[in-house]
Design a protein around this ligand. Structure first.
Ligand SMILES: NC(=O)c1ccc[n+]([C@@H]2O[C@H](COP(=O)([O-])OP(=O)(O)OC[C@H]3O[C@@H](n4cnc5c(N)ncnc54)[C@H](O)[C@@H]3O)[C@@H](O)[C@H]2O)c1
Length: 441
């Protein structure tokens, strides 16, 4: 079986590496971070991702890590690049890490005999794989793409918290290829790893790059549409976004996923991919209105929450507001661009005393929010003395709270349930209960 090297074994790369190793491939992870390398070589996962630590147990014969590109390239036939592509000011993605990795791969391909496939998994702007990666690989190695080595752009449509399941059971496999041989080789690998026989869409690299960011942009548009429905339902008598979105979701043209109505979208991919989509459209002279409006609606979802709190408390200066849930979704410790973090910052700017609680994201939040908020070890602590509470992320730990947990601890028991997890009638009898997407009447 082919040997595979994975450059960048972070949140996505390590999951890919572990899944490939579990399918029988001999996988060498390459990273710059010594902590990551050490952990992987000890069979441990340095990141929080459900199922990863278990998957890595017993894989030591198949999965190793190093910072040595030479060793990794020489001992593999296929190399995946899964390094970061941070957002840039104008909305695009920086290719500086991808460039650095490409140079090192190419330098080691120079004298390596035989065909080697390079697969770019990192998210890039359309055009970058050919203009930046292919250019560098050819320039530095002195070899010809499509002849001496192959190049594919093959992004993943995974969500943090379910990376292993998403990677092994994808709705679609997308392959942009420099030549059919490279596409065939990569398809074969996916067929070894995927448990669900997914459709494979193959074509040019440029089209695959567009498809990747278009998909995430579409999902953000759907979320913003659901949040618009939520606002409508809050303004009509008896409004209930769950009923409206259920009806829409049954239509096969629409589907139920991401149509709930709740907080704004966040995380490391959605906001930045949508902005990158806008930036790319403008770069090629197109009209980015739809993607830009999606983003605007998303930001307004935060303002709507803050406005409700101000409406309820008047001047919020010095008043305690409790935020339950900090991550951008459940089952992850990632707080990047999360709605709760935006709410905490906005409330802090208005002088509120913000307390936060989260089963997984506290450590990461502390690095960003510093001393500006109180970090509560439990929901009860977080609610103590609060005048308003926001259930921002429906972690199981919070779903089990009873009305008495709020009334017993809070100064004034007012609750905004962003995801409608509590029984409205029961909670409404005992405290002032508000919910995104439900009419207050
Ligand atoms: N995390 C996700 O949910 C997700 C989903 C889809 C796509 N992606 C894309 O995948 C890429 C990686 O994302 P991530 O979340 O895994 O990032 P990450 O920051 O978690 O991991 C990146 C890893 O690359 C390593 N690295 C950086 N430069 C390197 C170099 N020159 N050589 C070797 N290692 C290097 C870092 O040390 C780190 O361990 C990004 O382009 C991202 O947009 C991520």
């Amino acid at each position: 079986m082919d040997g595979i090297s994975i450059i960048g074994i972070g949140k996505l790369g390590l999951c890919v590496a572990a899944c490939l190793a579990a399918s029988g491939y001999r996988v060498i992870g390459v990273d710059k971070d010594p902590v990551t390398i050490k952990a992987v070589n000890q069979g441990q996962s340095p990141i929080y991702e459900p199922g990863l630590a278990e998957l890595m147990q017993g894989l030591s014969a198949h999965l190793s890590a190093t910072d040595d590109y030479k060793y990794a390239i020489e001992n593999s036939d296929i190399t995946f690049m899964v390094v970061p592509t941070p957002s840039e000011k104008g909305g695009g993605f920086s290719t500086r890490y991808v460039e650095a990795a490409s140079r090192e791969i190419a330098a080691n391909l120079k004298n390596k005999p035989g065909f080697h496939l390079v697969v770019l998994t990192s998210t890039v702007l359309p055009g970058d794989t050919d203009n930046v990666i292919k250019y560098l690989l050819e320039e530095v190695s002195g070899k010809k793409c499509g002849v001496d080595f192959g190049l594919c752009y093959s992004p993943e449509f995974i969500a943090l918290g379910s990376v292993i399941r998403d990677f092994t059971n994808p709705d679609v496999v997308l392959i942009g290829e420099s030549d059919p041989r490279s596409g065939d080789l990569l398809s074969k690998i996916y067929m070894m790893v995927c448990e669900n026989h997914p459709p494979v869409v193959r074509g040019t690299i440029y089209n695959a790059e567009v498809a990747k960011i278009a998909l995430n942009s579409y999902v953000t548009m759907k979320i913003s549409f659901a949040n618009t429905l939520a606002e409508i339902c809050e303004r009509i008598p008896g409004g209930d976004v769950d009923m409206v979105s259920r009806a829409l979701g049954f239509d096969s043209r629409i589907g139920r996923k991401y149509l709930s109505g709740g907080t704004s979208y966040g995380g490391p991919c959605f906001p930045r991919d949508n902005k990158a989509f806008s930036s790319f459209i403008k770069r090629i002279g197109g009209n980015a209105r739809l993607a830009e409006t999606t983003d605007q609606v998303n930001n307004e979802q935060i303002s709507r929450v803050i406005d409700l709190i101000k409406q309820q408390l008047g001047d919020i200066n010095g008043k305690k507001v409790a935020i339950l849930g900090l991550t951008y979704k459940t089952n992850t410790d990632v707080i990047e661009e999360s709605a709760s973090m935006a709410m905490a910052r906005a409330l802090g700017r208005e002088g509120a005393a913000v307390a936060v609680c989260d089963p997984a994201g506290m450590e990461n939040a502390r690095k960003v929010l510093g001393k500006s908020v109180e970090y509560a070890g439990s929901a009860g602590r977080c609610l103590e003395g609060a005048e308003f509470a926001i259930l921002a992320m429906p972690w199981d730990e919070f779903k089990n709270l009873r009305p008495e947990d709020f009334t017993g601890a809070m100064k004034t028991p007012k609750l905004l349930d962003c995801w409608r997890v509590y029984d409205r009638l029961e909670f409404g009898k005992k405290l002032e209960y508000f919910a995104i997407g439900l009419s207050p009447t």
